[in-house]
Design a protein around this ligand. Structure first.
Ligand code: ADP
Length: 494
């Protein structure tokens, strides 16, 4: 008997003989070290303090490995190495040669794609289907894409003088660990900068595998340095006086601290922060596809997505149908072992995040919204939560205003276009939005009025290295991906 038990539903009858047997991805080919050191100046070195911390598998709560906790003195060493590499090697190398190294990193990542996908799933809790089919291929694509620009900067920005910034400090979150490292490192190198990068404390392992790949690629020592640690390590990077640019992806709270710290220093800054994105379904939308788009929008990667479509707006005339279909679909989602290829929703990234999500679910109930959760069984061990939705949600409600960063959807209805635009824009955030309608003219009308950096039409969560991504308001500023993402790592003059 499968552990996945689904309620039989009227709209979707997946239950009649549709239960899958477990299909776990093997981990036999993965040889994790007991301990990972810092990657500084082309060498793996112990942290000056001698301190290490553990990283665990959120699906089993078992320790995977120890990683170093870098302090200010390690950061200083890495920045000095990055400066030396920038002055003496990287800026002297022809752009064509720089591009070759970036291609080489991309190809080595492809060769090790399976190992990277399994380790990402072990360390982050995300499903193997996602890390194998989305995170790792997209991360490789970012390196391939930016490798192509390295020797074509003058064509990328015609009639402008472009030059590298120097040493860049990059701090990334835990929701897409390898992909965020690729988003940061690839354009920085293509633009001719050197890098000091810190992965998030709960997901350091694929960054350390990437350090090994970078080492194997023969990239000159000091061009990329990868330091593991907590927020204090990130702060040491932000505050180091010899860094020319900070690129940060993470929470709005930490983004604000960083913006204050950087103010007046002359450091360039890009911030990719939180979101509370609206997914808007009009009555003329293809309803079944829209339901799939809603599911993808909020339940992809356990809802740990800054652009997650966490606020659903459904036109009143189709609300009952959409909500019923959504509830039925919720019951068909497999929650469980992230290594199982059939799993739709894996583990919540950490105990802290699980507590945050539970706190918001309680707030939703206390505020008087109606909750519906899937009827699936949850594994006994590990950090899991059932996919959940709330109806009868007030615009002012905390669950509709604040980022939950979990598989929790709020649903509101609307009657007119003006009303939904007003409601969708009534948020401190402005990262993404989705619009589902049959009418092209309505799509263009909506895209011009919604205050969001990315707007998807009749789809959601589509990513491509050529396409810029970033936000308005408290979702941050600056763009990553595409030419805009390259420009963010260059000084561009007339
Ligand atoms: P989340 O809420 O998603 O965990 P955070 O913003 O706390 O997001 O973390 C994103 C990244 O920022 C992590 O790598 C974390 O270690 C780092 N970080 C946390 N606090 C600071 C800080 N004060 N300065 C710089 N980096 C920080």
């Amino acid at each position: 008997m499968s552990k996945h038990k689904h309620k039989k539903t009227e709209a979707f009858d997946f239950n009649g003989g549709w239960d899958y047997s477990p299909s776990p991805e093997s981990t036999g080919h993965v040889k994790l070290k007991e301990r990972y050191d810092l990657y500084i100046d082309g060498e793996f070195v112990a942290p000056n303090s001698g301190k290490y911390f553990q990283t665990t598998n959120p699906a089993t709560e078992k320790v995977l490995a120890e990683v170093a906790h870098a302090d200010e003195s390690d950061v200083d060493k890495a920045v000095k190495a990055a400066r030396k590499a920038y002055e003496n090697v990287w800026s002297k190398l022809s752009a064509k040669e720089r591009g070759k190294y970036i291609y080489r990193i991309a190809r080595l990542m492809q060769e090790k794609a399976r190992e990277l996908a399994v380790v990402e799933t072990l360390d982050a809790g995300k499903t193997i289907r996602e890390s194998r089919d989305v995170d790792v291929p997209l991360a490789c694509n970012h390196f391939f894409y930016y490798a192509g620009w390295a020797d074509k900067l003058e064509y990328a920005f015609p009639n402008r003088n472009v030059s590298a910034l120097g040493v860049t400090g990059q701090i990334i979150p835990w929701n897409f660990p390898l992909l965020m490292a690729a988003w940061k490192i690839a354009p920085a190198l293509a633009a001719g900068n050197t890098v000091v990068l810190k992965p998030a404390e709960t997901t350091p392992l694929t960054a350390m595998l990437l350090a090994e790949i970078i080492h194997e690629s023969g990239l000159p020592a000091g061009v990329v340095n990868i330091l593991t640690g907590y927020g204090d390590t990130g702060a040491a990077i932000v505050n180091h006086p010899d860094i020319n640019k900070i690129a940060f992806t993470g929470s709005t709270n930490v983004g604000k601290i960083i913006q204050k710290a950087v103010a007046g220093t002359g450091k360039k800054l890009t911030l990719e922060l939180g979101g509370k994105s609206a997914n808007i379904i009009f009555e003329d939308a293809p309803i079944d596809q829209a339901v799939e788009g809603i599911v993808n929008g909020i339940f992809f990667n356990q809802g740990h997505v800054c652009c997650a479509g966490s606020r659903l707006f459904v036109q009143e005339s189709v609300a009952d149908e959409v909500i019923q279909k959504l509830k039925d679909r919720l019951d068909t989602l497999y929650v469980g072992d992230p290594l199982d290829k059939n799993t739709d929703i894996g583990a919540i990234n950490s105990k802290e995040q699980l507590e945050t999500i539970r706190k918001y679910i309680k707030i939703g109930k206390d505020e008087g919204a109606s909750m519906y959760e899937s009827s699936c069984e949850l594994p006994k061990k590990g950090y899991f939560v059932r996919p959940t939705l709330f109806t009868d949600v007030a615009q002012s409600s905390r669950i509709a205003q604040e980022e939950i960063f979990g598989p929790v959807l709020t649903i509101q209805t609307f009657r007119t276009i003006d009303e939904v635009i007003q409601k969708a824009n009534n948020s401190p955030y402005g990262l993404a939005a989705g619009v589902w309608t049959d009418k092209g003219s309505r799509i263009f009308n909506m895209t011009s009025k919604l205050r969001a950096g990315v707007i998807w039409a009749n789809t959601y969560n589509k990513f491509d290295p050529t396409s810029p991504f970033g936000g308005y308001k408290e979702s941050g500023f600056g763009r990553e991906g595409g030419l805009q993402g390259l420009g963010a790592y260059l000084k561009i003059e007339r």
